[in-house]
Write a protein that binds this ligand. Structure first.
Ligand code: HEM
Length: 177
């Protein structure tokens, strides 16, 4: 089996930074709506993480669409190739959508969006209970879609790495081949 091509260092750093931030933001999000205490503290952390994901995803999308991605291993057939590209684009879409929905949802609720405890962002949606209700539902649905997309993404990479032994994971890691 030939050693697969690897993503450039900046892409790998962006990828793992995103993974850590998204995992933490989902965890904090589910924890804060299901816990009786600490809501105010957690929501501040959640908004800061969420807006950071938005900024990083814009940078990642710009990087992705201006550079070619390394060739996939030969174990990936034509149909699976389309699924890989499609699912990656879907994850970019969800990661752009979710923070914007969260930001608009708080705007529609008339609540300020403050990141890093000091930076107050402008409202991006009118103060309206119907808009708030719709966006609040959307924020939950997109959160579950993200969980499903991430689970499928991790499962596919592990399936390739552990059963087909094509070193798929090493395209994104930092250790030597
Ligand atoms: C990728 C980024 C984000 C992810 C993955 C995410 C995920 C989540 C999750 C899983 C929940 C709990 C949903 C539920 O159980 O119904 C939640 C709630 C919430 N999110 Fe986000 N979120 C993100 C970005 C944002 C942003 C940028 C804001 C605001 C600026 C925000 C504001 C909120 C608020 C206020 C709640 C609680 C709503 C309530 O108490 O009713 N989120 N988020």
């Amino acid at each position: 089996m030939t050693t697969p091509a690897r993503y450039p260092l900046r892409t790998r750093v962006f990828h793992w930074l995103t993974a850590a931030l998204v995992f933490t933001t989902l965890l904090v999000g589910f924890a804060m709506v299901n816990s009786l205490g600490s809501y105010a503290a957690l929501v501040g952390i959640h908004m800061t993480l969420g807006i950071s994901i938005l900024v990083i995803t814009v940078a990642r999308a710009a990087n992705r669409f201006t550079h070619r991605t390394p060739r996939l291993p030969e174990t990936v057939g034509a149909l699976e190739h389309k699924l890989v590209v499609g699912s990656e684009l879907a994850m970019y879409g969800l990661l752009l959508l979710q923070p914007v929905v969260g930001w608009a949802m708080e705007s529609a609720a008339g609540r300020p969006v403050v990141v890093f405890g000091v930076l107050r962002l402008p409202a991006i949606a009118p103060f309206d209970e119907h808009i708030y209700f719709f966006l609040r539902q959307t924020h939950s649905v997109v959160a579950y879609l993200l969980v499903v997309a991430i689970a499928a993404h991790v499962s596919a990479v592990l399936l390739h790495t552990m059963t087909l032994r094509d070193r798929m994971l090493s395209r994104m890691t930092f250790t030597s081949h």
